[in-house]
Design a protein around this ligand. Sequence first.
Ligand SMILES: Nc1nc2c(c(=O)[nH]1)N[C@H]1C(S)=C(S)[C@@H](COP(=O)(O)OP(=O)(O)OC[C@H]3O[C@@H](n4cnc5c(=O)[nH]c(N)nc54)[C@H](O)[C@@H]3O)O[C@H]1N2
Ligand SMILES: Nc1nc2c(c(=O)[nH]1)N[C@H]1C(S)=C(S)[C@@H](COP(=O)(O)OP(=O)(O)OC[C@H]3O[C@@H](n4cnc5c(=O)[nH]c(N)nc54)[C@H](O)[C@@H]3O)O[C@H]1N2
Ligand SMILES: [Mo]
Length: 777
Amino acid sequence: MNTFKPHSSHWGAFSGRYQDGKLEIRPHPGDPHPSPLLGNLPAIADSSMRIKRPAVRRGWLEGAADNAQNRGADDYVEVSWPTAVDLVAAELRRVYGDFGPGAVFGGSYGWSSAGRFHHAQSQIHRFLNVLGGYVRSVNTYSSGAAMVIIPHVLGPYDHFDRKSVTWDAIGRSSELVVAFGGMAIKNADVHGGGISAHIVRQTLNGASARGARFVLVSPLNDDFPAELNAQWLPIVPGTDVALMLGLAHVLVREGLHDRGFLDSYTVGYERFEDYLLGRSDGVEKSPEWASGICGIDVDSIKGLARAMAGARTLITVSHSLQRADYGEQPVWMGIVLAAMLGQIGLDGGGYAYSLGALGNIGKGQLAVPLPTFSQFKNPVPDFIPVARIADMLLNPGDEFHYNGRAMHYPDIRLVYWAGGNPFHHHQDLNRLRAAFKRPETIIVHETAWTSSARHADIVLPATTTLERNDIGAADRDPLMVAMKKLIEPVGEARDDYEIFSEIARRLGKFENFTENRTSKEWLSTLFETTRAALVAGGHDAPDFEAFWDHGELRLPLKPDDGGPACAFRNDPLASALQTPSGKIEIFSETIESFGYDDCRGHPQWYPPRAEAEGNESRFPLYLVCNQPHQRLHSQLDYGDFSRSTKIKSREPVRINPLDAAERGISDGDIVRLFNDRGSCLAAAVISEDVRKSVMQLATGAWFEPENATADKTMCVHGNPNILTRDVGTSQLAQGSTGQLTKVEVERFVGEAPPVQIFEMMKFMERAAEPGGIADPR
Ligand SMILES: Nc1nc2c(c(=O)[nH]1)N[C@H]1C(S)=C(S)[C@@H](COP(=O)(O)OP(=O)(O)OC[C@H]3O[C@@H](n4cnc5c(=O)[nH]c(N)nc54)[C@H](O)[C@@H]3O)O[C@H]1N2
Ligand SMILES: Nc1nc2c(c(=O)[nH]1)N[C@H]1C(S)=C(S)[C@@H](COP(=O)(O)OP(=O)(O)OC[C@H]3O[C@@H](n4cnc5c(=O)[nH]c(N)nc54)[C@H](O)[C@@H]3O)O[C@H]1N2
Ligand SMILES: [Mo]
């Protein structure tokens, strides 16, 4: 009889037991609302989607001329581990030798898995740094625009992401929470690195029972839990800035704005007010003006503005708002609106960016550092904003702008990825397919045959966390977990650490990479950082063996001091913000000095690009491409819970009844969504919870091209990134704009091409090991 052993994941702590060929999962007993996403885990143990052996794309292996054109459509040849490692080592030696580290792209963006040591991003970055470095990526798909605008106008991103308004403060003090983009409970199911207690639902309900009111500004009605009875303002997507300006206008016209706060704590309000009242551009941003853009009626705008001025009000702005054209603006304008209300720094009031987007945001701060595997230093100065990958591969040498700098795209020969899925996360997949034909070599470590693996030249099978021991711990979560190995490696899968160690050995860098430690030795070494801090703080501090035997360790939290915003309010000189003026920058001289036409000195309204281009008549529907409730991104789309939500094997797309009726679409129909960039099939779900003229198709259905050799192909499964635009938020941040796009939809007539992505990969015979490769040892 196997016993249940502790483990952890992005979607919760749990214990697991593998017996009779089945993995059983029990959520952590301390978790008040365990996530249903745990239901995707058992498939890891037995899915045909797991990569069993190293595999090499045939065209690359044979060195055929122009073979890169066949990426995404080629066969794979399984090879032995020694051969695979030799191939990778020889190719790295060639590229580093001939072109240097500036020709290697190792950005390798992605969530990988929980676990402080076997964290694929840390592993690959350390490995590439040992070889001399790599071109990196900066910022995230999550928060690309906010990470650049917030430091200019409020201070370090970290301060306002990690040390902002807490759930405790909302439970205690908020009277009105106005959530732009909502706080969908499904999003708080996950947190990168682990989450031991899902508390968002109970906190919101507690505040509601105390009498707090909630307003949901969103094109979807389920971005707040239903039981909150939030007031739903069904906004036209991409128009929050117009609504915020309309609210600000009411505050000024009715004398409800806090002049004292604006004078003491902000700079540049006057210039913004010139814009707001139309003195600078002749357009008053009145509620009537706002209503015509955002679709919320004038009385609701006026009523909300007055309510906000008359209560302890918290404004939240979700990540999703800034993952769109000019995404810097709603983040900034939300800050300005909160500043006008004068409540920034008050308990349960003011402004919180991205609260609810992940389960641990808004929890307390840990009082001790977590174990961290050093990535070493990267000497290569070149980088891209993360979502500019296709631009980089397609346009080496071209100039682009980022945060006040003119930069050039590097010339990339080799791409190395571990722990991310660009064919999940990137926009305009037909364009990404073209971009992925450019490098000479693409190497991917993956656990499963994702679309990114299917576009690589060398695919190395990685273990999942279930197949290895690790330490589970995450920012803002007090539970450290002894993640114990639950199953044997599937097929010939190996840990990323082991794979990199072997390649490093071939390249004479074994000691540099491993410091001569085994995985097990690394776990106890890394644990020491936290243990030493516990000792120094006078806390209980077990040694590694005791922690491992016990299975978990509770870490101390810092007291909730309200964070930098509260300190600034209490003493604006001693605790000045880390902005050029030391205050909230309603006008930023720095940003103005960059001279960008798509992000100027104060927040303002820009019509979304599709509207400006006049595409709205051919593609009249907004598509909201948000995070899936049934999985984390693309991870475990082959898992039981995710697959249980498919309809006729397709991803569900929600459509408003009026839009469906206009097009003769019924519930359960297979439909085709399309625009100039591409198309996909999905299954219609008719729902009143989406605003008229809006559809919703979550991200993460594994991309399956109808025709892998065509330049432009349809996805038969329902991946929205075949439709989204690959363009940066603005020249300031160059963030991803994947949340929104415009499309048309029709009922699919005839026999729909089958979804085969979850069928077993077909291989050529395990070929005779390729000759002609000199053994580099
Ligand atoms: N249209 C649109 N696109 C979006 C978004 C959107 O809102 N709309 N959201 C964006 C956002 S916010 C994000 S964060 C990204 C997410 O994009 P990603 O983080 O790239 O997505 P994941 O599916 O989590 O990819 C992680 C991959 O790592 C693999 N993996 C897991 N553990 C290991 C391991 O131990 N070793 C190795 N080698 N591999 C491992 C998994 O199998 C999986 O394929 O998507 C972005 N894309
Ligand atoms: N279950 C689950 N949870 C997740 C993830 C996941 O993959 N699965 N991914 C995690 C990650 S990496 C991140 S970064 C966060 C992302 O956090 P977010 O980006 O905030 O999450 P989304 O679900 O993409 O978007 C939230 C909601 O914003 C609304 N919205 C879209 N456009 C607009 C708009 O123009 N105006 C307004 N007012 N609302 C709009 C949509 O209705 C959408 O449901 O989620 C995290 N949580
Ligand atoms: Mo994200």
